[in-house]
Design a binder for this molecule. Structure first.
Ligand code: FAD
Ligand code: MLT
Ligand code: ZN
Length: 484
């Protein structure tokens, strides 16, 4: 994998033996244990085909008790483990680096309860996000998060990456929406934090530490989550802006004028649009006559169709009059709304079809959000395609650099420059995807050494032998701050 030339296999970890496989078969039966290298190929390779592990064993537990027995055994025998959900992560966190045992939660996919009065859903970690959303829709609710990978990512993976996505602007992050978790610790201890209460200040809120821990502190086995009501009126507009400043001003206006019904505010540059139209099957240009440099997807969600439509139309009219937007279309039905969303959500897939992609997922001050894209385009000139898109409403830029192949010389032109520029404006080098295997060392650009030291203390406490997702998230103990 790119970058792994700098990482050596940790000699503390045992190598897999036949006796281990016999033991895991006793816990899981034959069906839960995969050793065939062809079958392991998918689980060893990440979604971008950028990171490739060398695991010889894939385990698929069906129950928390089995997860506990597996980890108890791995902890005692120093076998390293990579927890895995839908394997859609974008920082190399979900695949092994060397020969770690892959623990895939996909077999734990039962919905356990849903309370219509409070909107609380309790389910196993391997439930697919889209399946949960479909289940809820028929009961008048929706999941508080939505992302392009919804068809294959799992709620346990979402929690473990603290996934943001397209609805965060409206419903907030998983740190607010997750009400409880069941987690199995590295030594096999089952930690039952699966509360369903909205308020619970009894002691430290331990579940929070697992949200965004990327499988390094425990394995999430069950999730309790607050789901908002499904509202009757959803409108989606696709808008064109001449420059980035207009996008930013349109956002300010949208917050003012659409207020409580604003549910998503996404942006993409023309380069992203062209890439999707070229590489993503079934996408159509929502504004074929417009050749502007920036596009916005603005969604409203409310309870009153005529009120919401009127508000949206007034907002669009005033934005047109102020020349903030040059062109726009409001979806006339669900099919058209879906086709607008497909353009935005299809960018990630288009990038991997276009070549080898380097993804930078940055939180930046809104006014500076696009500077880095232009800067990188100039810096790299013809050697790569540079695109910018993201969750503008959350101040989250996705800077993607696409090259014909993965190339360390290109990386040297991008890093640490991108991280330095991000740190200079007090941004975050990991807004929503996590650090994974791609950027443990970059942590110091966004967190002070003392904070990283506390994180390492947590890691040692929760996982004293370091078996859970090694080489990920935190820089190794031998490496000190690169920039302090
Ligand atoms: P995986 O990729 O399998 O794992 C991700 C990490 O979590 C790994 O470190 C893994 O070890 C750990 N993990 C997984 N399951 C568990 C578990 N049960 N217990 C402990 N650790 C576990 N992210 C966003 O934030 N916003 C987006 O809008 C967004 N859009 C995306 C669109 C596409 C097309 C794709 C491919 C990805 C997108 N992502 C987005 C990335 C995002 O991180 C994942 O899609 C999702 O949250 C990961 O879920 P997963 O089940 O695939 O987890
Ligand atoms: C998105 O917002 O589309 C996702 O985070 C995926 C990506 O960054 O490409
Ligand atoms: Zn995103």
């Amino acid at each position: 994998a790119p970058g792994d030339s700098q990482v050596c296999r940790d000699k503390r970890f045992a190598e897999l033996k036949d006796a281990d496989i016999v033991h895991f078969r006793q816990i899981l039966g034959d069906k839960g244990v995969t050793v065939d290298s062809d079958d392991l190929e998918w689980a060893n390779t990440d979604w971008m085909h950028k990171y490739h592990g060398h695991s010889q064993l894939l385990l698929r537990p069906q129950t928390t008790q089995q997860v506990s027995e597996i980890l108890q055994y791995c902890h005692a025998g120093r076998l390293a483990v990579t927890p895995q959900g839908g394997n859609t992560g974008l920082v190399g966190g979900s695949v092994p680096v060397f020969d770690e045992v892959i623990l895939n939660l996909g077999g734990m996919n039962k919905i356990l309860s849903f309370d219509e009065a409070s909107g609380t859903l309790v389910c196993e970690a391997g439930c697919i996000l889209e399946s949960l959303d479909n289940y809820l829709k028929s009961r008048g609710h929706i999941m508080p998060l939505d992302l392009g990978a919804k068809g294959s990512c799992q709620i346990g993976g979402n929690v473990s990456t603290n996934a943001g996505g397209l609805r965060l602007l409206r419903y907030g992050s998983l740190h607010g929406n997750v009400l409880g978790l069941e987690v199995v610790l590295a030594d096999g201890t089952i930690l039952d934090l699966l509360g369903t209460l909205r308020k619970d200040n009894t002691g430290y809120d331990l579940k929070q530490i697992f949200i965004g821990a990327e499988g390094t502190l425990g394995v999430v086995t069950k999730v309790s989550i607050l789901t908002p009501p499904k509202l009757a009126s959803v409108n989606v507009a696709f808008l064109a802006c001449e420059d980035y400043v207009s996008c930013q001003k349109t956002f300010t206006e949208a917050k003012q004028q659409l207020g409580e019904i604003l549910s998503a505010f996404e942006f993409l540059d023309r380069h992203s649009l062209e890439l999707v139209l070229k590489h993503h099957d079934g996408t159509r240009d929502p504004l074929p006559d417009s050749k502007e440099s920036f596009y916005l997807v603005v969604e409203t969600t409310g309870s009153n169709e005529s009120h919401d439509k009127e508000k949206l139309e007034e907002f669009l009219q005033s934005a047109m009059e102020k020349e903030l937007i040059k062109d726009g279309a409001v979806a006339q039905d669900i099919t058209q709304a879906d086709s607008f969303w497909k353009v935005r959500e299809g960018i990630a897939e288009a990038t991997i079809k276009a070549g080898a992609v380097y993804k930078y997922d940055l939180s930046l001050p809104l006014k500076d959000l696009y500077n880095l894209v232009e800067d990188m385009r100039e810096r790299l000139s013809d050697s790569a395609t540079v695109i910018g898109y993201g969750h503008m409403g959350d101040g989250n830029l996705h800077l993607n650099i696409i090259a014909p192949k993965y190339d360390d010389k290109l990386v040297a032109q991008i890093e640490p420059y991108v991280y330095e520029q991000t740190a200079a404006v007090k941004g975050s080098v990991s807004a929503e995807h996590g650090l994974g295997f791609m950027k443990p060392k970059a942590i110091y650009y966004s967190k002070p050494p003392a904070a990283v030291q506390v994180m390492k203390g947590f890691k040692d406490l929760m996982d004293p032998h370091g078996i859970l997702n090694p080489y990920k998230v935190l820089p190794s103990l031998r490496e000190s701050s690169a920039i302090s």
